[in-house]
Structure formats: C-alpha cells, structure tokens
Design a protein around this ligand. Structure first.
Ligand SMILES: [Zn+2]
Length: 222
C-alpha cells in the first residue's frame, strides 16, 4: 500500500491561509454564533425558571395531585376530615378526602359504588385520604380514649403507617354498604383489611382476585 511520507503530508488547516480575510470573517462568524447560542440558552433558562416560578402560584399545579404521600408532605392546611354524621360520596372529588386518594383506589371505590347502587346500596365514605397531622391528632385522641398507645394502635395507625395518609384506604359508612363491599369488593380489588374494622378497605388484590387473610387489627399492619 502506498502512503505519503509524514513530512510531505500537509493538513488542510495548515495549508489554508489563517489570516486571509475570508478565514478571519469565518472565525468572527463562529464567535458570533457561539455568543448567540449562549445568549439563547440563557434566555431559555430564564424563561423556564420564570415559568416554574409562575406555575407554583397556580392552584393544582404546585400540588402533586395523585401522588400518594406527596400531598401529605405538602401541608396546605387540608386535613381530609369528614363529619361522621355526614359521609361523602366517592364521586365528591371536590373533597380532599376523595381528590387525594390514590387514583387506583378512587377508581375502584367509584366503580364499586356504581354497581352497589344498582343493588340499592349507597356507598358513602367516612374517611379517605387524611393529612399526616390529622392522623397524628386522631392517634393522640385515641390514646386519650383507650388509655394507652398500644390499645389505641389497634384502631388508629401512626401517620407513618396509615394507609389513609398515603391515600390507599377508604372507610365505608354504615353496616349494609360495608357488608356489600366485603362480599363483592374483590371484583374491584378492594378488600377489608382488618378483623376489627368492618368499614376499612384497601386495594389488596387484582380486580377479580382473592383477598388476603385479614389482619387482626391496624397495629399488625405497621
Ligand atoms: Zn380506615
């Protein structure tokens, strides 16, 4: 194979005319392009930052809707509390107890409520999503009522352990709807979780699957 001796090879760059007016113009144009690119990037970054700043002021954009746990950490004063004597529909998405449910849980309980209605059963909620602060308050109240933390924990979980705080549990108002859900809930993936709470349901199986054996009480879950 033929190959030029090293010393006879002249690279195109070295063969050019670095100080020829065309070459100088080319360099200036390159500098201008680099500066323009830098300015464009800076403007884009600025616009992005100002958009982000603006977005945080738009209700619903700043809150991380539908992300379990995320809303609990974002304390905007909402508790998710529902008046026990005035339970709410699982379709009441204006209420944080419903709007902050895990979307899969919300869809499951809504589907169950629709089918229960056809059976003449009205599914209403006494609890859904709860804030961590509200859960902590419920536990403190229960400790006062039951006399000890261990007794209270049989009915009320810690903020860290509660599936209500993560939006993964619903409590059903009244006996008949709870019994209906215990019988048919697995069709929607919803299962009664605890022996001592006939009202508390979680998404514990695939729709049409089999519910796991119930735990004795909430203290076994944590
Ligand atoms: Zn519950």
């Amino acid at each position: 194979m033929s190959r030029l001796p090293r010393e006879t090879y002249v690279s195109p760059q070295r063969n050019g005319y670095p100080n020829h007016p065309t070459a100088v113009m080319r360099r200036r144009r390159m500098v201008a392009i680099v500066i323009a690119t830098f300015v464009a990037a800076a403007i884009a970054a600025g616009v992005t930052l100002s958009l982000m700043a603006g977005a945080s002021k738009i209700p619903g954009v700043a809150g991380i809707a539908g992300v379990p746990g995320a809303s609990a950490a974002h304390d905007d004063g909402e508790t998710g509390a529902i008046d026990m004597n005035d339970p709410i529909s699982p379709f009441d998405t204006e209420h944080p107890a419903v709007s902050r449910l895990d979307p899969a849980v919300r869809e499951a309980i809504q589907a169950a409520a629709t089918d229960a209605e056809a059976d003449g059963i009205e599914i209403l909620l006494t609890s859904g999503w709860r804030s961590a602060d509200y859960q902590a308050g419920l536990l403190q109240d229960a400790i006062a009522d039951y006399g000890s933390e261990s007794a209270a924990r049989e009915f009320v979980s810690t903020p860290e352990g509660s599936k209500h705080v993560t939006g993964e549990a619903v409590d059903i108002a009244r006996v008949d709807p709870a019994l209906w859900l215990e019988q048919y809930g697995a069709s929607y993936g919803l299962c009664r979780a605890f022996v001592n709470e006939s009202w508390h349901f979680e998404l514990l199986t695939e729709p049409g699957g089999e519910c796991p054996v119930m735990l004795a009480d909430a203290s076994e879950a944590a």
